[in-house]
Design a protein around this ligand. Structure first.
Ligand code: TRP
Length: 333
């Protein structure tokens, strides 16, 4: 019987904070965990991207190991998913260099993330920030990924990855798989609790706007109870109801209920009751994650064995693509 080859999915998160956000979890990790049987799944801890913004070394180190524990406690089975640390796999830097020579200044200067980040870090507009998308292209292309689950803010990076890969292939033949965006089950964009027209983000100017995966439960409940709503005092989903829509989205994401079901459930409730229910649902979702996370963090040797093994496998896979590329461009092997 012919075996159907599983498609490869690749994604990753930067270890740029001590905890990922509830938005990262509901929008990415929770969905990734559902792909592990059907696809060949590869997830990087993208620490090389992180240093495009100045980091405290001890914190970056801590956040990197913590992110591995967060991946696993949020549902990525470490025996079914390949989890690796980007800086442990030199092929990323090597391919990024080569791809730099197949990427135009013009296309990089049009990237909205570069424009945003250089406006935000105007004292450190480094070349890494500029070539960030090329490193990301290398991350994806090294593993011949078919699909990349990315949020709306990363779509442009996937586009440029495809452009670079197509350009390279048109010169040298079929070297790279052209990756597509993975459009999963519609996952809601989780917005700031304090400014619900902006994405939930760790850089929210108001600390109550963002829930972290590792926030203790009391903090989670407090933040949800303080969430901005509106003065209509009616639980319904619709335009101009950004705060309430966001709470309903969070509730629907964690419980698996549809928005219609959620609206029906809270039809006769005030916002206080809605918030209490959302807070309890989120708390229920986070409790087992926290327990698993605490266990993993007590066992650093185990975490180390995971990233060591993961990086070994990642090195093996990525070398194959890199060697092919080196040969194509004319390097002596
Ligand atoms: N740029 C991504 C982000 O900030 C992280 C990332 C780096 C990534 N390399 C990747 C995502 C490769 C998907 C595939 O969210």
């Amino acid at each position: 019987m012919e075996e159907i080859k599983k498609q490869t999915i690749l994604s990753g998160i930067q270890p740029s904070a001590s905890s990922i956000t509830l938005g990262n979890y509901l929008g990415a990790l929770k969905n990734w965990a559902m792909l592990q049987d059907e696809y060949n799944c590869i997830y990087g801890i993208m620490d090389m991207h992180t240093i495009t913004v100045r980091q405290t070394p001890a914190e970056l180190r801590k956040n990197t190991v913590s992110l591995i524990a967060q991946y696993i406690s949020a549902g990525l089975d470490e025996t079914k998913n390949l989890i690796f640390i980007q800086s442990h796999v030199p092929a990323h830097a090597e391919l990024a260099w080569i791809l730099n020579c197949y990427t135009q200044m013009g296309e990089l200067s049009r990237m909205t993330q570069f424009k945003d980040k250089s406006a935000k870090h105007h004292d450190n507009i480094n070349a890494g920030l500029f070539t960030y998308p090329v490193l990301m292209a290398a991350d994806i292309l090294l593993y011949q990924a078919d699909l990349v689950p990315v949020g709306a803010d990363q779509k442009q990076h996937l586009e440029i990855t495809r452009d670079i890969a197509e350009r390279f292939n048109s010169i040298y033949g079929d070297v790279f798989t052209i990756p597509d965006a993975y459009i999963g089950k519609e996952s809601a964009r989780i917005m700031s609790l304090q400014n619900p027209t902006a994405k939930m983000s760790k850089s929210d100017p108001n600390p109550n706007g963002c829930i972290y995966l590792l926030d203790d439960i009391d903090t989670v409940v407090r933040k949800i109870k303080r969430a901005v709503t509106d003065s209509e005092a009616c639980v319904r989903y619709g335009e101009g109801k950004d705060g309430v829509n966001n709470l309903l989205n969070i509730y629907s994401s964690v419980t698996g209920k549809t928005i219609d079901e959620a609206v029906a459930e809270f039809a006769s409730c005030g916002y206080g009751e809605l918030k209490a229910a959302v807070a309890e649902a989120v708390a229920e979702e986070l409790r087992p994650i926290h327990a698993k996370y605490d266990d993993l963090m007590k066992n650093k040797d185990y975490l180390e064995s995971i990233y060591k093994k993961g990086s070994e496998t990642a090195n093996y896979i990525s070398r194959k693509t890199l060697n092919k590329v080196k040969k194509k461009v004319g390097f002596v092997l």
